[in-house]
Write a protein that binds this ligand. Structure first.
Ligand SMILES: [Zn+2]
Length: 71
């Protein structure tokens, strides 16, 4: 496991709950993570949340349920 992996997991936990939270880049600690959601067109209750560093472009994607999704 890369040393940054645990930091990505922590960042994902924070940003899953609070997408506007300021979280430093887990990879290089050079910028902050910007959140961008992509909702599945064939399942609007689920989405991919992209976490992208605004400096180096390091990124991760987490699958999650859309908050307050209508059934
Ligand atoms: Zn970075």
């Amino acid at each position: 496991m890369k040393p940054s992996t645990q930091k990505w997991i922590e960042a994902a936990k924070i940003l899953a709950q609070a997408p506007s939270a300021i979280v430093p880049c887990p990879e290089l600690n050079d910028g902050i993570l910007v959140v961008h959601d992509e909702i599945f067109q064939n399942d609007p209750t689920r989405m991919e949340r992209y976490l992208v560093c605004n400096k180096c472009g390091a990124h991760n994607i987490m699958l999650m349920r859309v908050p307050n999704a209508k059934k």
